[in-house]
Design a protein around this ligand. Structure first.
Ligand code: DX5
Ligand code: ZN
Length: 214
């Protein structure tokens, strides 16, 4: 699955930018609060506005402190998947339960330096596991190949544990890096600059999808 990140779109034309990626699987929506990460983007009212016009389901990535306060609202607003950071949650299991109760898939995100082993116990409570392949906060950063073993380990754990968890990668995914991420076992590929920076976003999506499936 390919999930273009709206972070790399033109914020003055969000509706149009959402429609430009109509052939994507999910539209990735990066919420940043200037506390959990050193950057500030958009929040719930903007998500609701985009949700109302987006041809594809929203994949909300909450890079915020105290995500339990907001995560269920994104689910209620109609997001397909709502992801919270393990580093920001005091009770990940409770957040997952609240997100699911509000009608969305629940995702757990790990920063590059956060070991998967520290969160294995809660993995079965989530539907997606977002392995960050850059430090969260900004688009257009370089893919961290050193995170690939964690993606591989996540794939193994999901397969051997027969878990229904999608493994998602986010950060620096482009034509040069997507094959390595796919070989490591990722299911969902977030791509910001590689899609919105392309002259033809549809073609970029098709190209990435073909490479991931190869
Ligand atoms: C970074 C965000 C990413 C970002 C990816 O903190 O979580 O979703 O949009 O952008 P690219 O694909 O340009 O690295
Ligand atoms: Zn993201």
């Amino acid at each position: 699955m390919i999930a273009p990140s709206l972070l790399s779109a033109d914020f003055a034309r969000l509706a149009e930018e959402a429609r430009r990626v109509a052939d994507a699987d999910w539209l990735h929506f990066d919420v940043m609060d200037a506390h959990f990460v050193p950057n500030l983007t958009f929040g719930l009212p903007v998500m609701q506005a985009v949700q109302a016009v987006s041809p594809v389901p929203l994949d909300c990535h909450l890079m915020i402190e105290a995500p339990e306060r907001w995560a269920p609202d994104y689910a209620e607003a109609g997001a397909r998947n709502v992801t919270v950071h393990a580093e920001a949650c005091t009770d990940p299991r409770a957040v997952a339960r609240d997100i699911r109760a509000a009608g969305a898939l629940a995702g757990l995100a790990l920063k590059p330096g956060t070991p998967l082993e520290d969160h294995l116990d809660v993995l079965p409570d989530f539907d997606t596991l977002l392995v960050m392949t850059v430090e969260p906060g900004f688009g257009g950063q370089e893919f961290m190949a050193e995170v690939l073993p964690k993606v591989r380990r996540a794939r193994e754990l999901v397969d051997t544990g027969h878990l229904t968890v999608l493994v998602e990668v986010d950060g620096g995914i482009n034509a040069d890096t997507i094959e390595a991420a796919a070989a490591a076992g990722a299911d969902v590929f977030v791509a910001g600059s590689a899609v919105y920076g392309a002259e033809d976003p549809s073609r970029a999506i098709a190209g990435l999808r073909a490479q991931a499936a190869a």
